[in-house]
Design a protein around this ligand. Structure first.
Ligand code: ADP
Length: 497
């Protein structure tokens, strides 16, 4: 049933905003240039979008600087900021379905996922950070000597934020939520594949009362607009989500310019460990979700499925059956689990990895090719007999390709799971509390999901060990990315009183 060959369903939304959002106004790029954003279902152009370059980044940073140094935002009461964030969340909730349609059109993810999960998560996250806005405060510190000592927690200034295409709006929310709650101003660069939804959401923040210049959105490419932001002398903090290779580039640009602090959320090759006590049916379902969710385009995808030898054969058989049942097709259609990959580059890259798996001797259980004959759809693919040294077991595929590896004992699987340059997340599937606790402590990763996966509440911190990143987003932890600490030391004349 190659749904992808049918006529694509028309999205129930118009593209309203394609310009850059600078200083509260939609404007063309200084160069007048535009680029095409494409519908991954067909490869056809959705819209021509203003292409920001370094001149536009300069304009946006100047607006953010003025809004920070002179504007009302950091000087407003925390309560006023909180109320604007809450109003923005209400407006986004009100426009849930249009925003979801835009997200699915530009990105290809199932509409049901956008409308019922991701836009509600965005709203929840903005409300969560609105809740923090008036609860940020410093400490009183005991010091030696006759001094009264306090710390002030102040916004850091102009935040540069660069986001990827796999969760355009959730990445927008993870970045702008804490930055705004702390009183910073922002220049955000969206991914060139998915510029549309953030422009819509940012406009709603302005309708909610956000002053001009506080949240500027620049569409454009990485080596031009992105690099200009990372190396800008007047940007006080950089937050980046994307590949590990690009993370290295932006960290270097930040260091070479003004040493702005950088948080990085990068790639992964996360293990999903199925222990011998597993209920195989449940383990298959969760491992399937851990890998195939979002077309496999998750930095934390459970992309190395380690299965204990006692349940391995049964697991492989059932994982294959589950992948064969996965519904692939037009993401606007109800009941669809998997839409197209984001673009032709990713589509080709995933097919290359599949070929390398076959060439290196892994067993292709199912899938392995494109789905349909139009757009960037790929068949849900399962490899068994995967060995640690194969490229498909070491590198980030970022597609619907499950790789299943066999293990004998827990000490061995810990060593193999940790034998990677990444350390973003891990899944552990067991009923044995000692196994769960021991594995949790031994795994060198930023998140361990036990008998669950991809649980992303606003309050749960997320980030990587090793080359998966620096710093944490979400939760209380992310506030410190956007705050400076000022120590205030006052001499006491009469310390003995
Ligand atoms: P992917 O390969 O998945 O597209 P990237 O890390 O290249 O991941 O992209 C993530 C974000 O980083 C995008 O917004 C992209 O435009 C941006 N980007 C890419 N290259 C650079 C660069 N040299 N400097 C700054 N940003 C970049």
């Amino acid at each position: 049933t190659a749904v992808a060959t049918e006529e694509p369903i028309k999205p129930s939304v118009q593209v309203e905003h394609t310009q850059l959002l600078i200083d509260g106004k939609f404007v063309d790029a200084a160069s007048g240039k535009t680029f095409q954003t494409v519908d991954p279902r067909t490869g056809e152009v959705i819209a021509n979008v203003a292409e920001g370059n370094s001149e536009d980044v300069d304009r946006a940073v100047a607006a953010a600087r003025t809004a920070f140094d002179h504007g009302p935002w950091p000087k407003m009461t925390a309560y006023e900021r909180q109320r604007i964030l809450l109003r923005a969340a209400d407006l986004i909730e009100k426009h849930n379905d249009e925003i979801a349609a835009l997200e699915t059109w530009d990105n290809g993810k199932p509409y049901e996922q956008s409308a019922n999960v991701e836009i509600p998560m965005l709203v929840r996250l903005i409300r969560y950070y609105a809740g923090w806005a008036d609860k940020i405060h410093g400490l009183t510190v005991q010091a030696d000597g006759p001094h009264h000592v306090q710390t002030l927690h102040e916004p850091i200034g102009v935040a540069g934020q660069i986001i990827p295409w796999n969760f355009p709006l959730l990445m927008f929310a993870w970045k702008v939520g804490p930055a705004l709650a702390c009183g910073n101003t922002i220049v955000l660069k969206t991914a060139e594949q998915t510029p549309l939804s953030a422009l819509y959401a940012a406009k709603l923040f302005h309708e909610a009362g956000l002053p001009p210049g506080v949240l500027n959105v620049v569409s454009g490419f990485g080596p031009t607009a992105g690099a200009a932001l990372a190396s800008h002398m007047d940007v006080d903090k950089l937050a980046f989500t994307g590949s590990t290779d690009t993370g290295k580039v932006v960290l270097e640009l930040a260091a070479k310019s003004n040493l702005k602090p950088v948080t990085l959320e990068l790639g992964g090759k996360s293990p999903f460990i199925v222990c011998e006590d597993a209920d195989v049916d449940q383990a298959v379902e969760l491992a399937h979700f851990a890998l195939f969710f979002n077309q496999g385009q998750c930095c934390c995808a459970g992309s190395r499925t380690f299965v204990h030898e006692s349940v391995y054969d049964e697991f492989v058989e059932k994982a294959k059956a589950r992948a064969l049942k996965r519904s692939v097709g037009d993401p606007f259609k109800g009941g669809i689990e998997q839409g197209p990959q984001i673009d032709s580059d990713q589509f080709e890259k995933i097919l290359r990895y599949i070929r390398s798996g076959v060439e290196n001797g892994a067993t292709l259980e199912t899938g392995g090719d494109r789905h349909g004959n139009k757009g960037y759809y790929i068949q849900p693919t399962v490899f068994s007999n995967v060995k640690d040294g194969m490229a498909i077991a070491k590198e980030e595929i970022f597609g619907p390709v499950q790789t299943i590896l066999k293990f004998k004992d827990l000490g061995e699987v810990v060593q193999r799971a940790n034998n990677t340059r990444y350390g973003l997340a891990a899944g552990v599937f067991t009923q044995n509390i000692d196994t769960a606790n021991s594995l949790t402590r031994a795994l060198r990763v930023g998140t361990v999901w036990i008998n669950c996966f991809d649980t992303f509440d606003a309050a749960i911190p997320f980030g990587g060990y090793k080359m998966s990143g620096q710093g944490r987003e979400k939760g209380e932890y992310s506030l410190k990315n956007y705050l400076q600490v000022k120590a205030v030391v006052t001499s006491l004349k009469n310390p003995a009183w």
